[in-house]
Design a protein around this ligand. Sequence first.
Ligand SMILES: [Zn+2]
Ligand SMILES: [Zn+2]
Length: 146
Amino acid sequence: MKNEDVQRLVERISMQYFKRPFLHQARFNHRLRTTGGRYLLRSHDIELNYRQYEYYGEEELIRVIKHELCHYHLHLEGRGYMHKDAEFKALLKDVGGSRYCRATDVPDFKHLYICLSCAKQFKRRRRVNTAKYVCGFCKGNLRYSP
Ligand SMILES: [Zn+2]
Ligand SMILES: [Zn+2]
């Protein structure tokens, strides 16, 4: 599948499931790794993960396109376009989109620690020595939560 085909596919899905035209650019991004696709807030373009398409095929690609079109249409209409928004969740369910998130939704921390006293969570890029570091709120001991 080439980029022109992707463009046409997104336009077709937009009309079929959203009853509204897709008026921007859709293309494969060969560098996307951890997400199925992403909607670009500034340009309103949609980028799709080529490797995922190669691996899972067109059916999954269509589900990702539906997800990104939910962001697209709601954003352009000034409605709740983020994952946490009720309008987004309702529309996604309506059209049967995938639950894959875009790049910004992938957490950039690797290690999670939980305070054993107050249960507060701490996200860290690097591992910390739990024998040395305590909870900043209550001074409780931390437990590593892989
Ligand atoms: Zn998303
Ligand atoms: Zn604590």
